[in-house]
Design a protein around this ligand. Structure first.
Ligand code: ADP
Ligand code: MG
Length: 474
């Protein structure tokens, strides 16, 4: 379905004016990023890349994505508490993937010692594309669920205002008024605040565990602000700071700089390059502590691609969510084809099918952050090299989703204004808080639409490929 502003796009002059307004509106609203050249100071900032126009999203699929989010929250939480399932599922992966193996070792070590943590906070983002089937009817298909450091909830809370302004400049007042309000910063902060409150130590702080290179700091600041507004102190520390100054008392309360930490919110720690030996020690210290980790290490493991693939096996969802047939059905409806490459006959068949028709699939390692997957000819060559080796079990295979492209303009600092054929990925933020066995909060907390030019098979906003967008429901 074409956007109601399609006709306006013919007029270059109008577009240029709209783009100039859009960029200034983004700066005014705080859709900001530090620059590549100066990633650790705010002396120089720029706007985060975004689309000139909202993108059309079928409202039925948008609603479907919201409707399944609480189910996904329950599912992730259930996986994180199921030691046997996590252990069995990752058994083949940890033999060949050192990073997953290291996370898994910490997971086992903290379970063996016994958890000091009794309040649990999950912040995730379930990402989807709209698969255009043979019949031309788009279907909601999950790409992945991010259970650690799911980002852009802050900045995207401010893009609706920008796109609303652009539509008005284009004379589309009625369309501007139909853009949905969206405020993940607030939703995520409510979860963090709830966990902080249940931790039960009013003088304790929330610690954002942040990267060495902090280009995306404004996205995090949006959430920080919401916490300060609720009179909760926020500190920002790196793994290195925790290694040097973090400690546990004899009840495993976590202290840093003389302050007790109630909640550790990771915005780091999901890729191998985040860790050296000291950082792994810091991670272990945090995991052993009583502080609420968002996520705890079990929940991080629940977000691996290998777990995602196992969930699609018959009976697994039913086992993890007993007595919740409707939730299971809603979740399963969003699954694309997912295939294990474990050694054996089943895996051999999958490998052969992928080599024969590589454009039907995506090959995924256990990595996050974009730019790691293999497609097409690269996929075929990689699989041919490892087809008979256990190395292949570091990957999973997934059906490739093929969305219908649409024209948009990707606004990036220092880039020319030009039309691109684009596809979008919709993410729904989920937040939940559990105390012991009791779910205290379980909700969807807003959405994120990211759009990229079709020539890029892979990659998110931080990877420099996708840009922030706003859905326009039809
Ligand atoms: P990451 O953890 O690196 O974000 P994803 O599974 O989200 O891994 O894949 C990265 C990107 O690759 C996605 O944002 C999407 O653009 C593309 N992608 C991933 N899986 C598929 C798929 N099954 N079909 C089409 N594109 C995909
Ligand atoms: Mg992703």
């Amino acid at each position: 379905q074409p956007a109601p502003w399609a006709a306006v796009l013919q007029d270059e002059e109008v577009l240029r004016e709209a783009a100039a307004v859009a960029v200034d509106a983004a700066l005014l609203e705080g859709v900001l990023m530090r620059t590549e050249g100066f990633p650790n100071t705010s002396d120089v900032v720029n706007y985060a890349p975004f689309t000139l126009l909202p993108s059309v999203v079928p409202s039925a699929l948008f609603e479907q994505a919201y409707a399944v989010q609480q189910d996904f929250n329950l599912l992730v939480d259930a996986i994180s508490q199921n030691k046997e399932f996590v252990e069995q599922t990752l058994a083949s992966t940890v033999k060949v993937d050192d990073f997953t193996a290291q996370l898994f070792r910490i997971h086992m070590q903290v379970l063996e010692e016994g958890l000091a943590q009794s309040v649990f906070l999950g912040i995730n983002r379930s990402d989807y594309m709209f698969d255009c089937g043979m019949d031309g009817i788009p279907a909601l298909k999950q790409i992945e669920i991010n259970t650690i450091a799911a980002s852009f909830g802050g900045l995207t809370s401010r893009t609706v205002a920008v796109h609303g302004r652009v539509l008005k400049v284009l004379g589309k007042f009625e369309e501007a008024s139909r853009l949905l309000p969206n405020n993940p910063s607030k939703g995520l902060a409510l979860g963090i605040a709830k966990a902080w409150e249940l931790y039960g130590s009013p003088s304790a702080v929330v610690m954002f565990l942040v990267e060495e290179v902090q280009r995306n700091i404004f996205d995090q600041r949006c959430i920080e602000n919401e916490l300060w507004n609720r009179n909760i102190r926020v500190i920002r520390k790196r793994f290195r700071d925790v290694f040097e100054k973090g400690s546990l008392d004899d009840t495993r309360r976590l202290y840093i700089d003389g302050r007790e930490v109630a909640v550790v919110y990771y915005r780091e720690g999901y890729v191998p390059t985040n860790y050296d030996q000291q950082n792994w020690e810091a991670r272990l210290l945090l995991e052993r502590s009583r502080a609420v980790k968002c996520p705890d290490i079990a929940t991080q493991l629940a977000g691996t691609k290998k777990v995602q693939q196992e969930l699609s096996r018959p009976g697994i969802l039913e086992m993890l969510l007993p007595g919740r047939a409707e939730a299971v059905a809603r979740i399963r409806a969003t699954f694309a084809g997912l295939y294990s490459l474990d050694m054996g006959e089943e895996g051999d068949k999958v490998v052969a099918a992928a080599i024969a028709d590589p454009d039907r699939f995506v090959l995924k390692p256990q990595r996050e952050g974009g730019g790691n997957n293999l497609y097409g000819e690269e996929l075929r060559q990689a699989l041919e090299k490892i087809r008979d080796s256990p190395e292949r079990t570091a990957y999973i295979l997934m059906d490739k989703i093929k969305p219908q492209p649409a024209i948009n303009y990707l606004l990036r600092a220092h880039s020319p204004l030009q039309a691109s054929e684009c596809i979008s990925e919709l993410g729904i933020f989920g937040v939940y808080v559990r105390r012991g066995k009791e779910m205290v909060m379980n909700r969807a907390a807003g959405h994120l639409l990211r759009t990229k030019a079709i020539e890029h098979a892979d990659g998110g906003v931080a990877a420099g490929v996708a840009v922030l967008d706003t859905p326009y429901l039809v």
